[in-house]
Design a binder for this molecule. Structure first.
Ligand code: F0G
Length: 478
């Protein structure tokens, strides 16, 4: 039963959030041909899923957790809720999804007087949550390739480093007829992130500026050339990323009452997907309570916070000019998915859910990142941003000490090792506004230098090095 690929097939349509127009999914559309608005994909037969109660879906998804069918092993465990138009043969699986929820180290929770767990989305194949959406977008692309018999498809994306890593990885795995190109803001992705599309063999192109500049270029390309856009403007990405919400619910045994989710916001695709997934589960009775949901933004890139920090009647959306941020992957001044956030927040609130945005300082992000990792976590700076967001929300009285927070650590700590290094060596350029806590600095120390090693025999070297280590560690003899 759990290995069997589902027979349910939906009718899906692109729905424009600008003018409400609907478009068929037989071609890859990014924006509404009528008004330029962004889309969400809607299953117009969704009500059929309601013929089963919540318990049916919970049991089905639980039984699939043990499947050996790779088409259902990753994010498509939740096939019926995501993209139930894809055939088994088109589904791509590189081990994405099913990432661990790791409880905050007891010492750390106590120290911070907060209750939380990290969901380590950095434990995805390309070391970020982007793989969830990429598995779905590429599966749909494979379906199109099969249908049309295309012999060359060029994919492109703008990126702060993680979308490009994921796009290049999945593209390289699929191979012919897919070719991948990525457009990066020069010097604004980390060396580790840059190494990823290079290693996957993608064409890596750079422009001066920030992500928002790159996004405009790829939007122009998608409008005027035959190229498949893989940014989250592509709504198939959003569907795949909904799996994050399904996994959180499943982990907590489908009970999200009293939980608070924190998600870092950049281009706002992820928070869109999380809300959309939570709403679908609520509509089907898979969960009975919507968790409280907080977006987190750095004060150096905070257009969504600015919007939601105002009373409803005074809200006006304005893009911001970003400043350098340690949460560099989310350093975006004009999030493409902002209209989706607005629409979904309205739906979330109408369904009884609570949504808010927290703004945090660069210093708080960096301190929280270092602190978490010194307690055995593997959070990226965006994961640290979520912890900083929780602490800020606690300070502001928006979250109680006993409320359990689930913090989205969207990428692996290793991708952002450079910021840790700047913290340890106190070398942040002033624009970041980060003054490290010197007591946390950590660096390697050499116990025997090369000249000394050269002077010594192999045995003498071992003894000298062991003696130096023992002295450093103040080891007692036995
Ligand atoms: N965290 C990480 C590690 C990211 O890579 C991103 C976005 C975000 C958070 C913000 O998520 O954009 O969905 O609101 N990175 C994109 C990229 C923009 O190009 O890799 P979002």
């Amino acid at each position: 039963m759990s290995d069997q690929f589902p027979t349910y097939r939906a009718q899906m349509e692109y729905v424009c959030l600008g003018c409400g127009a609907r478009h068929p999914i037989d071609e890859l559309l990014y924006t509404c041909p009528s008004c330029g608005g962004v889309f969400l994909l809607e299953d117009t037969t969704f009500d059929k899923l309601k013929e089963h109660g919540g318990a049916y879906w919970r049991n089905l998804f639980d039984s699939r957790a043990a499947t050996r069918n790779t088409a259902l092993r990753g994010v498509f465990r939740f096939y019926e809720l995501m993209a139930p138009v894809l055939e088994q043969e088109d589904i791509l699986y590189l081990g994405e999804g099913n990432t661990p929820v790791v409880d905050g180290a007891p010492e750390l929770q106590k120290k911070l007087n907060a209750s939380f767990a990290f969901k380590n989305d950095g434990q995805n194949p390309s070391a970020s949550f982007k793989d969830r959406g990429m598995a779905c977008a590429y599966s749909y692309l494979r379906a199109l390739v099969r249908k049309h018999g295309w012999d060359e498809v060029l994919t492109i994306c703008a990126s702060t480093g993680d979308t490009s890593a994921a796009a290049a990885l999945y593209g390289a795995y699929v191979g012919h007829p897919i070719k991948t190109a990525v457009l990066l803001p020069q010097g604004k992705v980390t060396p580790q992130q840059l190494s990823q599309p290079l290693g996957s063999g993608a064409t890596v192109l750079e422009v001066p500026g920030v992500f928002d500049d790159c996004m405009k270029v790829v939007e122009h390309l998608a409008e005027h050339y035959r190229v498949a856009l893989l940014n989250s403007k592509n709504s198939w990405r959003i569907l795949g990323q909904e799996s994050y919400a399904y996994e959180v619910a499943q982990w907590f045994n489908w009970d999200l009452a009293g939980k608070v989710l924190f998600v870092p916001v950049g281009n706002a695709g992820n928070i869109t997907a999380v809300m959309s997934g939570l709403l679908k589960m609520r509509r089907l009775g898979i969960i009975s309570d919507l968790p409280r949901l907080f977006g987190v933004q750095s004060e150096h890139a905070d257009p969504v916070w600015r919007y939601y920090s105002k009373p409803k009647a005074e809200r006006v959306y304005n893009p911001v000019t970003v400043r350098p941020s340690v949460a560099q992957a989310a350093m975006i001044g004009n999030p493409v998915s902002f209209p989706r956030v607005k629409a979904l927040v309205d739906a979330y609130e109408a369904a009884g859910g609570e949504f808010g945005v927290v703004q945090v300082t660069e210093q708080a992000i960096m301190d929280a990142t270092i602190l978490a990792n010194r307690h055995g976590h593997i959070v990226c700076t965006q994961g640290g941003e979520c912890l900083a967001g929780l602490l800020k929300a606690r300070e502001e009285g928006r979250v109680a000490a006993g409320e359990k927070a689930v913090l989205d650590s969207t990428a692996h700590a290793l991708k952002f090792a450079g910021f840790q290094n700047m913290y340890f060596t106190d070398t942040f350029p002033p624009e970041y506004g980060v003054a490290p806590d010197a007591s946390l600095a950590n660096r390697p120390s050499l116990v025997v230098d090369a000249a000394e090693k050269a002077r010594l025999s192999a045995e003498e070297f071992t003894r000298a090095a062991a003696k130096a280590v023992a002295e450093r560690l103040e080891l007692a003899g036995k």
